[in-house]
Design a protein around this ligand. Structure first.
Ligand code: SF4
Length: 467
């Protein structure tokens, strides 16, 4: 079964799941409205977005320099910095750190980078249990499900499903009261925090000037994860660097507003090095794993700007395709418009077909706080797919270019179309032949006018009247 046929099956299954689509639809529309309200209080949103894009772009253009500076500063503050060339290297490194420290129970704050490298599975296989501490991720873990949104992992679930998961897995009384459900999860996680000895996080930003990690959450679980266990590991993509501490407010102003409309996340943790002699809390050891995994291959190329992404999720909420499918149809750690880009770019050989899950309407670009031109990049990715897949499509596009490049051939093609149209042969052909059937099934061929503009011009020798 081809990847595109599989995608089609997943799309059909998603569209048929009405309760899930309704939950996703409601939640994303609410987030779009919250984002609009949150942004409306800023004095000059466009200038702020342009500045954020500029800072990120500048960092990417000077990435080796800022990486070197970050490593130097972080190590000067006592952190141990490691570079993981790919996902397998990141898994190996973190498993080794856990083993070297005799870890028996790990807690993890929500992190897309750890999802990307499938860290939980690697740690479990090495005999180390990992407990997700973000509430949404915790429910996903209890339910043996997969996250479907990069900020709101259980956007596809309603409160009945959450209640059922907690009652079944934790043995508590069934309740659908959100406050009570949160209290139950909190009590369970408190006990886990008491017993854990390894904390794992991602980072929203890494500041080169100071060697600081910035971790933004709304639940305080990252603060517990970075203060309670004796050893902390932070896995962070190399594109998360920003040059200076003074650049951070630009992103803090945009990140939460783009995600949920909040002025800022409730908890914004700045972590520079492990616990010092006078610090009341914090880890004794801080390991920072810088993840490349395909990122440096994008530098300087046509798709480089995808690395500006700050994973706010606004493009998912704005995207009509995501809203009507949910995240599981993408079958990727990163769903939605940004997922359609980063999945094939960071995991070669996977998800190339996802670039087609977009109408290219531009809503994603309009919502993006770092002004990534997602439709342009999707078109570029589609063109690359065309270069390497589907001989018939490539031949079709060559023929199209040939016809469109020659006035004679163009006129001849119009004649042929007119004949097909009047004889109603087009639908007959389309209904019978594979590739044409796939094309005509969901598209109408508009009727071709009896007379072309060229014929009319030749006959009358004058421009059409404007009246
Ligand atoms: S592409 Fe832009 S809107 Fe989408 S998650 Fe990244 S930063 Fe947010």
């Amino acid at each position: 079964v081809s990847a595109r046929a599989e995608l089609r099956d997943r799309v059909e299954a998603a569209v048929a799941d009405r309760p899930m689509i309704e939950a996703v639809h409601l939640a994303t529309l609410r987030k779009v409205e919250q984002r609009r309200a949150g942004m409306s209080v800023l004095r000059d949103v466009e200038a702020l977005r342009a500045l954020a894009a500029q800072v990120k772009q500048h960092t990417l253009e000077q990435l080796p320099h800022y990486l070197e500076e970050f490593v130097l500063r972080a190590e000067a503050r006592g952190a141990r910095v490691h570079l993981a060339r790919d996902a397998a290297a990141a898994r190996r490194l973190i498993v080794r750190i856990a083993r070297d420290n005799g870890a028996t129970l790990a807690v993890k704050a929500k992190s897309m980078a750890t999802e990307e490298v499938h860290l939980n599975a690697a740690l479990s296989a090495a005999g180390l249990p990992v407990v997700e501490t973000d509430l949404g991720e915790f429910i996903v873990q209890l339910d043996r499900d997969r996250p479907s949104h990069i900020v709101t992992p259980i956007i596809h679930k309603d409160r009945r499903q959450v209640a059922a998961a907690l009652a079944r897995e934790l043995g508590c009384a069934y309740t659908e009261d959100p406050a009570e459900l949160t209290r139950i999860a909190r009590a369970h996680l408190r006990d886990v925090f008491r017993r854990c000895d390894l904390g794992i996080t991602g980072a929203n930003f890494a500041i080169a000037e100071t060697g600081t990690l910035v971790v933004c959450t709304n639940e305080g679980n990252a603060r517990m994860t970075t203060t309670r266990p004796a050893v902390q590991v932070t896995l962070v993509g190399i594109e998360k660097l920003i040059p200076r501490l003074i650049d951070l407010p630009v992103f803090l102003k945009l990140l939460a507003r783009s995600s949920t409309g909040q002025p800022m996340t409730i908890y914004t943790n700045l972590i520079t090095g492990p616990r010092g002699p006078d610090d009341p809390d914090g880890p004794d050891e801080l390991h920072i794993v810088l993840l490349d995994a395909g990122r440096s291959d994008l530098l300087g190329g046509a798709l480089e700007e995808v690395l500006r992404c700050i994973r706010c999720g606004a493009c998912l909420n704005a995207c009509p395709a995501y809203r009507n499918l949910g995240g599981h149809a993408y079958r990727s750690v990163y769903p939605g418009p940004i997922g359609a880009l980063v999945t094939p770019l960071l995991s070669p050989g996977r998800g190339r077909e996802l670039a087609r899950l977009s109408s290219l309407c531009g809503a994603c670009e309009a919502a993006c706080p770092v002004k990534i031109d997602i439709p342009k990049l999707l078109v570029e990715l589609r063109a690359r797919t065309l270069d390497t897949q589907g001989v018939s499509k490539r031949l079709g596009m060559m023929a199209w270019r040939w016809v469109m490049g020659s006035p004679r051939l163009y006129a001849a093609a119009q004649q042929v179309l007119r004949m097909l149209n009047s004889a109603r042969i087009g639908p007959w052909l389309g209904a019978r032949f594979g590739a044409l059937r796939a094309w005509t099934e969901c598209r109408d061929l508009p009727p071709v006018p009896r007379q072309s503009f060229r014929q009319w011009w030749r006959e009358t020798g004058q421009p059409p009247s404007r009246g």
